[in-house]
Design a protein around this ligand. Structure first.
Ligand code: GLU
Length: 497
């Protein structure tokens, strides 16, 4: 059975690239009837925070990826990682490096070691650590004398590592390009590559699906698998997600656009964002773009992952295009077409958080509420639009779009008189429904010798604060006689700057 894992480092929020890694792991597991596991790689003690773990897990939950087994915390396994390093030392596959700490750059054989080695006349290169071939008895004696040491993997001088990546094909790397990587620091702290390999073995991982930025690590990890005499899993590296212009999408340069929870907080529907993420670097065989979770699970294969990097297109300076256009389009598509009973709870929580929710919407006004949501969703892009552009349907306290006021009211000064007059007509209607409202509006315009559009566009601004929205007659009906009449008579919009 396939077993995959999503292994975030809790050193920040959930990056959308990592969210996509989680998604691909999840889809792969579900497609093949395997297990999806989560491992929190909290071994970087300085940078890992509980806050970050919480926000990452929250993001996964929002996307709907519950792990099939208990979450593994890498730091809980440190003893096992240490034992493994010691075993490799015991077997002569690793060695003690006694280079004093201040001369050693953590994790790598860096300049200091090379320098020291040169001083000692050793040949230049990645295998020139003077302790690599230190006699075993001498090494034991120094350890015995409590001289601090790191443990490094003894990478053989000749040969190369290779693996067949499920996305990028055959990958090879000469050993001469890889340093004798540190497995255990002198303070006993196991390092990243060792920890990952030990945990992947322990968790029975069959496929490692992760970002392409890990390719270099993979070669090192393969060397550890070889030293342990264990068959490595299958690797599938994922293309990067780039910003427009080809830069890597990063928090430093692109801010909150990179964080998954931004999308939740800005009113994305989880299913829509999942759908969008899936298409960043993967293509189904069909032309379909709108793919629900079940469709994605059915269609997902590693073969469908693209080798070329994906681009996340956005224009941070344009408020309507702050995120990828396609993501926004997709979200609108979900909002417009999803079953109302799935949408209603999302709208409810949006209205709740903006203090616009009334219990009646769930009770005696339920039918009305559903009708409103169904009508106004037609033009909405995010769930936020229900409390912003749609605010006038749920509150008397709504804003007027200044451009709409200028174009549809102030440019037609006669409307200042006409709208209240039209309100008087509407007030007299006994049956406040579509046809009578429509007739009244037509009659009114004939009398005033004006176009229906002029009256209705002005009325739309007065009633909703917006220049666009549902059909105006429908808006009258939904708002009801009392509110329509009151807003047509109101001077508030006219007094707006
Ligand atoms: N913890 C690593 C990261 O967040 C992922 C390691 C892995 O998937 O092997 O980039």
């Amino acid at each position: 059975m396939n077993r995959v894992r999503f292994a975030p480092s809790p050193t920040g929020y959930l990056h959308i690239g990592s969210a996509r890694t989680a998604l691909f792991n999840y889809l792969f597991a579900r497609h093949s009837g395997g297990k999806f596991l989560v491992r929190v790689e909290d071994t970087d003690l300085q940078r890992s925070t509980e806050e970050s773990t919480r926000s990452i897990l929250e993001g996964l939950k929002w996307l709907g990826f519950e792990p099939d087994e208990e979450i593994v915390f890498q730091s809980d396994n440190a003893d096992k990682h240490r034992e493994t390093a010691l075993r490799l030392l015991e077997q002569g596959k690793a060695y003690r490096d006694f280079t004093p700490k201040d001369e050693r750059a953590d994790g790598d054989v860096k300049a200091a070691i090379a320098e020291r080695a040169r001083e000692q006349g050793a040949e230049k290169g990645l295998r020139d650590n003077p302790y690599r071939d230190l006699d075993r008895t001498a090494s034991d004696a120094r350890a015995e004398a409590r001289e601090p040491f790191a443990i490094r993997l003894k990478v053989s001088r000749e040969g190369k590592t290779s693996f067949d990546d499920a996305v990028y094909g055959l990958q090879e790397r000469e050993h001469s390009d890889i340093e004798d990587l540190v497995l255990l620091r002198s303070d006993g702290h196991p390092l990243y590559n060792l920890a990952v390999v030990c945990d992947d073995i322990e968790m029975g991982i069959t496929h490692v699906i992760r970002g392409q930025d890990h390719l270099t690590n993979t070669h090192k990890q393969i060397l550890i698998y070889e030293a342990l005499g264990i068959e490595p899993p299958i690797f599938a590296h994922l293309p990067l997600i780039l910003a427009p212009g080809g830069k890597k999408l990063s928090k430093r340069h692109h801010g909150e656009i990179v964080s998954l929870t931004t999308y939740r907080d800005k009113g994305f529907v989880a299913g829509a964002f999942r759908n969008f993420l899936a298409l960043l670097g993967w293509s189904p065989k069909s032309e379909d773009e709108i793919l629900g979770l079940e469709d994605l699970i059915e269609a997902f294969t590693l073969e469908g992952i693209n080798r070329s990097n994906a681009v996340f297109n956005f224009d941070a300076n344009n408020p309507r295009r702050w995120t990828d256009d396609k993501a926004l389009w997709m979200n609108a598509e979900y909002i417009r077409t999803m079953p109302l009973d799935e949408l209603i709870p999302m709208v409810r929580s949006e209205l709740r958080s903006e203090k616009l929710w009334r219990e009646e919407y769930d009770d005696e006004d339920r039918v009305w509420f559903e009708m409103v949501v169904d009508v106004i969703r037609e033009r909405f892009f995010t769930l936020k639009d229900f409390s912003e552009q749609g605010r006038a349907f749920f509150s008397e306290d709504f804003d007027f779009d200044p451009a709409a006021v200028a174009k549809h009211l102030k440019k037609r000064p006669k409307l200042e008189e006409w709208l209240p007059e039209f309100a008087d007509r509407l007030e007299k209607l006994e049956d406040f429904s579509h046809d009578p409202i429509y007739e009244a509006a037509n009659e009114f315009c004939e009398e005033k010798d004006t176009k229906l559009g002029i009256l209705l566009n002005g009325a739309r601004v007065a009633l909703t604060g917006q220049a666009v929205g549902p059909s105006m007659i429908t808006a009258f009906e939904l708002l009801g006689k009392e509110r329509s009449v009151m807003r047509l008579r109101s001077k508030v919009a006219w007094n707006e700057a």
